[in-house]
Design a protein around this ligand. Structure first.
Ligand code: GCU
Length: 830
């Protein structure tokens, strides 16, 4: 049996190569670090090489800091261009390296030299060398690699109390109870993971910031965080709350033009630099979702950003990351012209030339909010002078919250590779972001990552592929997403072909699958947005409120009319070629149809299907693919350690069940709205299903479910308040045979109900409603699309006339709720 693994090392496990492979690599004698400062990333790299060689090749190699080696030995030298030149290695003088780039030189298949353009570059080169080794690949004679963009940062949405906004993997590794944690071991491990994929900056706290971050104790805490991350080449920055001068400073205003406010931020900034001399700068969320900002004081967004920028300028190269996520969340849906997607361009209109040089506008990839599919934000085409940071999410806020596997690079690529045709010239988003298109020297990427203190970091082993891929994509956005997942699978789980193929297949299918069973054709994810969970299905929550994530679905038609001719004009915010494409239904790709157009459900897509039939078919197809994930994963049993195997298997089984919840919720919702039947008659017809409300109940009662589509038939059963047990019984009318018995029930906060299922007097299975202890997504406290879930007991011998009985024992406010039972013959997916 393979030794159990927690996932704490992520892709940096350095699994030992089998002897016959290890013996083909040189026997290294020495690692020479051209830096002897133990805090330097070069020294960190040398130590990492030492660790890697001992684990991967079982070689115990000494570490030296002087270039004294005989030409015959197999050594590794690591340093910067500058230190190599000082050691007399003039041949490295004109290497074509950019900041953070590196060159790997492999001499006669024996010695290796790792030359970083700077300290960080050397570290990145070392990690690349170790990737080659771990994957049993041979190094080329010379490999030069440069990052696509200088800014490759992560954002943590960690709160001082230790919670993490949109975090699904336990509490913060940075904060607890109002302060920076004493024990920062996990922070160091995180820095190592980030550095290993070329990430060089981190914003430590939530964009919805708390000014207590700036108290003297926390400032010292920031020093400790920065000190721990610095040897890994990761610099830190902070998110600031705009009204801090009033809240913490006791000033009467936070007006960005007020001299006292300016002086106060100047003081705070000096203090921060005293504690963190290489601070990256400030991330600012202002005038967004109830946060104060310059508009609160009658000033422009540029006035606000520039106030912070000027405070930073005397201290070095610090930047203001000013978020473009500025919008009114009390928008009136009754006005057909209103559109949240227009907000960023409208708010930043005319400001491009108004910002200080150290202001960077941080823009989410789409105009709304990390949805399953969006066009690129039109603001990406509007700034010429002001550089940008493209904001992505590794945390899967709207994409299954790590309890559904969704490998994100295929989604990111739709943005990176989009040609915005700015000024009639090719303008790929990735070239805008890299700075190449508009000659910016400082621009790049940020991803909201939100790791927590769970040993898996993100709550799911497979989700870690997204953090790894984020690093690699920022380094080279053209790298194939398939190559990335293959490399990650090898490093994380092993070189075996079955392992790599299985993980690659599941991952590559995962995003289209999730899109299929959530929101199609650009209608957004369709999860519940009003309960704040952003997880389970609830399409009605998109409309009828001020958040502006509208679908405008009525009995006949659906979609946002974003055309200039008859709609919100959003299509016209894109450069002409793109605007013309989106203005016209015929040239809008089907996958974004409902993002840009309001059409009848009977509108025919380019595929020939109607919109509604596409919805039905996609949901059936997606949910079906999700059923195959646990089966595919089964191939890895015994090939990887049991702990990680079971952890993933459990999640994939859960996902398969929740995918059916999604399928039925969305299909039932739109069927109820438009009353157009599924051509294949699947929607609402479930031949093998027994509704709990149709069973004989004792101690249970029938309850209506809100939203109705979260329950089969709109109803469920829950134990009668005060009862400590409930029974639901029925007589099986299906033909005798072998069936999988699937029970859909609800698992929400408030208790851990217990269940038993019997066939006659035979106990078939038991389970507990304790998913809140096992999964990481946001839970609700009631029966709904978040809590709807399924448990299955396979291959049960059932006879016609058998008595099927479910016994539920409620706990706390969770009243052992049940939706339905399915008896599924082999091969049938309900
Ligand atoms: C989303 C998310 C919030 C977050 C916000 C932001 O709306 O749900 O939790 O604060 O984005 O990016 O600022």
């Amino acid at each position: 049996m393979l030794p159990s693994e927690t996932g704490i090392d992520g892709w940096l496990r350095y699994a030992a190569l089998p002897d016959e492979l290890a013996s083909r690599h040189p026997q290294y004698s020495t690692i020479i670090s051209l830096a002897d400062d133990q805090c330097s990333p070069v020294f960190t790299a040398a130590r990492e090489l030492q660790l890697g060689l001992s684990k991967i090749l079982s070689q115990n190699v000494t570490l030296e800091t002087k270039l004294l080696v005989s030409a015959a030995s197999s050594y590794i030298v690591i340093g910067t261009v500058k230190t190599f030149l000082s050691a007399g290695r003039d041949e490295y003088e004109n290497l074509p390296l950019k900041d953070d780039g590196y060159c790997l030189v492999c001499k006669d298949g024996k010695a290796t030299e790792i030359i970083g353009q700077n300290d960080r570059g050397a570290l990145y080169g070392a990690f690349e060398f170790l990737r080659f080794l771990s994957r049993n690949q041979l190094l080329p004679e010379m490999r030069i690699s440069n990052p696509s963009a200088p800014i490759r940062w992560v954002n943590q949405w960690d709160n001082l109390d230790g919670s993490i906004e949109r975090g699904y993997a336990g509490p913060s590794i940075f904060f607890a109870d109002g302060y920076v944690l004493d024990d920062l071991t996990r922070v160091q491990q995180y820095a190592r993971l980030l550095a290993s994929v070329g990430l060089n900056g981190l914003i430590v706290n939530n964009v919805n910031s708390n000014y207590n971050l700036l108290n003297p104790i926390n400032m010292q805490g920031l020093t400790r965080i920065a000190d721990i991350m610095r040897p890994w080449g990761v610099r830190i920055g902070v998110s600031l709350y705009f009204d801090t001068p009033k809240g913490l400073g006791g000033l009467r205003t936070s007006d960005p033009l007020d001299p006292d406010v300016i002086a106060w931020w100047g003081y705070i900034t000096s203090e921060l630099y005293r504690h963190v001399p290489d601070m990256l700068g400030y991330l600012i969320k202002a005038n967004s979702e109830g946060q104060p900002g310059p508009l609160t004081y009658g000033r422009t967004l540029a006035d606000g950003a520039n106030m912070f920028a000027r405070a930073l300028q005397p201290h070095g190269d610090g930047v203001v990351m000013y978020r473009a996520f500025v919008y009114n969340h009390h928008l009136d849906e009754s006005d057909w012209k209103n559109d949240r997607a227009n907000a960023a361009v409208e708010y930043f209109d005319g400001l491009d030339t108004q910002f200080e040089d150290n202001v960077i506008v941080q823009i989410k990839y789409g105009p709304i909010d990390f949805q399953i599919r969006e066009p690129p934000s039109p603001l990406l085409a509007h700034l010429r002078k002001t550089p940008i940071i493209l904001e992505l999410q590794v945390t899967q806020e709207y994409l299954g919250q790590q309890d559904h596997v969704v490998y994100l690079p295929p989604l990111w690529k739709t943005i990176f590779n989009f040609d915005l045709h700015v000024d009639g010239q090719q303008s790929l988003v990735r070239d805008i972001v890299s700075g190449q298109r508009f000659n910016w020297s400082r621009s790049g990427y940020a991803a909201v990552v939100n790791v927590g203190n769970d040993p898996t970091w993100l709550g799911s082993h497979l989700a870690m592929a997204n953090l790894y891929a984020y690093g690699l994509c920022t380094w080279d956005p053209q790298q194939s997403e398939e190559d990335i997942i293959q490399g990650w699978a090898q490093l994380t789980f092993g070189l075996d072909k079955t392992i790599v193929d299985t993980i690659t297949n599941i991952s590559m299918a995962s995003w289209p699958t999730y899109e299929d069973y959530s929101g199609n054709l650009g209608i957004q994810t369709l999860c519940d947005i009003v309960t704040h969970c952003h997880y389970g299905p609830c399409p009605a929550s998109q409309d009828g409120n001020g958040w502006g994530q509208w679908t405008r679905a009525d009995a006949h038609s659906i979609g946002m009319d974003r055309t200039v001719a008859t709609g919100t004009g959003n299509a016209g915010q894109y450069p002409q070629v793109v605007a013309e494409q989106f203005e016209c239904i015929d040239t809008t790709p089907d996958e974004l149809l409902l993002w840009f157009h309001h059409v009848p459900y009977t509108h025919r897509l380019k595929s020939g299907k109607t919109v509604i039939q596409h919805f039905y078919d996609a949901h059936y197809a997606g949910a079906l693919v999700a059923q195959t994930f646990p089966q595919q994963w089964e191939a890895l049993r015994g090939l990887i350690d049991d702990d990680r195997f079971n952890h993933v298997a459990f999640r994939l089984r859960y996902q398969a069940g929740h995918a059916l919840v999604w399928r039925d919720s969305i299909n039932n919702f739109y069927y109820a709205k438009c009353e157009i039947k599924d051509e294949r008659n699947r929607v609402g017809n479930h031949a093998w299903r027994i509704e709990a409300e149709d069973m004989t109940l004792e101690g249970y009662m029938v309850v209506p479910v809100t939203p109705f589509e979260a329950a089969s038939g709109g109803k469920a059963i829950a134990t009668i308040p005060g009862a400590d047990i409930g029974t639901a019984q029925c007589t099986v009318t299906f033909p005798s045979g072998i069936y999988d018995i699937a029970i859909n029930y609800y698992d929400h906060l408030g208790g851990r109900s217990q269940y038993q299922v019997f066939l006659n007097e035979r106990l078939i299975g038991t389970w507990t409603g304790d998913l809140e202890d096992k999964l990481g997504h946001d839970f609700s406290d009631r029966i709904d699309g978040h809590s709807a879930t399924r448990v299955t007991f396979n291959k049960v011998n059932v006879k016609k006339g058998d008595s099927l009985r479910i016994v539920g024992r409620p706990d706390g406010s969770e009243l052992a709720p049940i939706d339905y039972v399915s008896l599924l013959p082999p091969g049938i997916v309900d």
